[in-house]
Write a protein that binds this ligand. Sequence first.
Ligand code: PMP
Length: 368
Amino acid sequence: TKPIDRPVPRAGVLDIAAYVPGKSKATGGTKLYKLSSNETPLGPSPKAIEAYRAAADNLEFYPDGSASALRAAIAEAHGIKAERIICGAGSDEILNLIAHAYIGPGDEAIYTQHGFLVYPIAIRASGGIPVVAPEKDFTTYVDAIIDRVSEKTRVVFVANPNNPTGTYVPFSEIRRLHAALPPRVLLVLDAAYAEYVRRNDYESGIELVGQSSNVVMARTFSKIHGLAALRIGWMYGPPEVVDALNRIRGPFNVSAPAIAAGAAALSDRAHVESAVAHNEEWLPRVTYALEGLGLQVTPSVANFVLIHFPGTKGKTAAEADDYLLSHGIVLRRVASYGLPDALRMTIGTAEANEATIAALRHFMHGAG
Ligand code: PMP
């Protein structure tokens, strides 16, 4: 055999398909409506922007490596202990840290059929084997997860609500899943969209984390708080899990402006409530309007909807995407999530929502 003449990534790395984010530009149109990445149309709290700007006065100093001020603010807002929180550069980093700490070569980790693509990437990057549990009606199906637990299972990732489907499972189902898992399996509840859910049978998982030694909850400032650009996520978990992640994270993984802006965002409850109210108003309106066009929409509890296209010639998701892009509207292609005939639309401003509905009416039914 030929000697290797250049550095080669270790086995498996080049089998990973890189995460491709939603587009941020259209191909035409006079105005850009970016509804591709579940960002809030309200933007961040003015208090967060102010704190971010103030942090710019001290850029020569390293941030507090333990993000104490942010953890204290999170702890207070959620009634939990700061020692049991770890912050990261987005919840993406948290998910990666979990995988790196708990999954090794040959280990298995389970996620759901249309689950967030960072899960399989993080599992593979750790040398693990992703195991996919089928969903039912685009919704997490707990029995399918339980069926796939093996001797090798180390972690189960469940996004509730799920992205890109927008569906959720009642917390009783999460409890049933937890009860069925061996205590050595870490259950990761990804509650990135928790604030948007207005259902009595929904819980993000705080109580269960408090009661268990094998459950963590991941959260983000990218969605309801409108701080996606700053990359702030966090995890609440048992002390042992928090300790493990603290050992392997970058020493200054959350920047000083992010720490300041995140803490300020949490102090602005009114802003969060406006974002929730806007979504509560527009989620059903958008769903109803799209259904009125003859499109199937998966019932969502989050700040986005999954729109299913007929898939026949002239009416495919790809054609709809091209049409919308040429009119300045950017939705998310979700073929990489196993949904080739669907697009995901973030709930935007009134203007963006109406423009998208009008464009889709034209796409589906022509000018008439
Ligand atoms: N989990 C889910 C389910 C998501 O949809 C996202 C954002 N697309 C994330 C985690 C990651 O968010 P961030 O890294 O911005 O915190």
